[in-house]
Design a protein around this ligand. Structure first.
Ligand SMILES: Nc1ncnc2c1ncn2[C@@H]1O[C@H](COP(=O)(O)OP(=O)(O)O)[C@@H](O)[C@H]1O
Ligand SMILES: [Mg+2]
Length: 269
């Protein structure tokens, strides 16, 4: 838990219809996108609430994707119970689940669970709503012609990291379906590999975990190479833009060491 400024009376007012009078707002671990991620206790129970202030740039509309995908990922994700909206806020109310973040570090006992969750994501059918959500985040960074290798019909979570995979007493959860896409099946396992390298696994060890993912073993190694090159460029650009964030530098170094392990040379433009 981190301390964050209380979102204020306007936020409590917009969710009140669903939560009842709010008695407690406990911010969760700091997220990256929403203005509020918190477990909210009210007269009607406890809810995990993800909310954004409405902005003229439409950035808050990303919450809509998380709303729309929820019915199709319910075998892994907590249930979306309500949506609340007024002129200032849009808020999603999910069932609140008990789970701790996974530990991606070398030697952690969670790694086989991570692989299993990534495989279960890969087995989800692609819903019709996701047909148009083509994954393009790596395209701009890829070599000419390479983006077509990232195309596929798999529903991707596309944000595999320790705080989005939760381990509870009886079951596990995949949360934060903020930006699911349709793309090549190897992309989620590849994101897992990069996170493992970022958590200090030597690249060969990180890739050996991915051998437990059919989507990885069945992929064309050239497609993976192209993805690693694009990822290294993307991460280097992010690190250069925000030098005050040491974790971005760590992810850039991780991607570069992965590329070196695969014998790839990255040309930066
Ligand atoms: N349904 C839930 N119940 C309880 N805690 C949750 C739930 N969903 C997410 N969390 C916790 O809140 C954190 C932030 O939520 P997340 O959806 O990942 O938002 P962000 O986009 O800010 O990363 C998660 O890492 C997890 O610890
Ligand atoms: Mg998250």
């Amino acid at each position: 838990m981190t301390t964050r400024p209380d979102p204020g009376p306007g936020f409590r007012e917009v969710i009140r219809l669903y939560t009842g009078p709010v008695s407690r707002v406990e911010p969760t671990e700091r997220g990256f996108s929403a203005d509020v991620t918190a477990v909210v206790s009210g007269g009607a129970g406890r809810f995990f609430v993800k909310a954004m202030r409405k902005r003229s740039d439409g950035w808050h509309e990303q919450l809509l994707r998380e709303k729309v995908i929820n019915p199709f990922v319910r075998t892994l994700a907590p249930e979306l119970l309500w949506t609340a909206e007024d002129s200032e806020w849009v808020a999603l109310g999910f069932e609140s689940v008990e789970g701790r973040r996974t530990d991606f570090r070398l030697g952690s006992g969670d790694l086989s669970t991570v692989v299993e969750l990534v495989n279960r994501i890969g087995e989800l059918p692609l819903p019709e709503v996701a047909r148009d959500w083509r994954e393009t985040r790596w395209d701009w960074w890829a070599d000419r012609g390479a983006p077509e290798l990232f195309v596929g019909d798999t529903l991707l979570h596309a944000d595999i990291n320790p705080s989005n995979l939760l381990i509870g007493p009886d079951r596990c959860w995949v949360v934060d379906w903020a930006w699911p896409t349709r793309g090549a099946a190897f992309i989620d396992p590849a994101m897992m590999v990069l996170q493992f390298i970022g958590a200090r696994h030597p690249p060969a060890v990180a890739e050996s975990w991915a051998k437990g993912c059919p989507a990885w073993t069945e992929a064309d190694p050239e497609a993976i190479d192209a993805f690693v090159v694009a990822y290294a460029r993307l991460n280097r650009d992010r690190a250069l833009r925000r030098p005050e964030e040491p974790w971005l530098e760590a992810m850039a170094v991780a991607a570069e060491s992965w590329a070196a392990h695969r014998g790839l040379t990255i040309h930066y433009y």
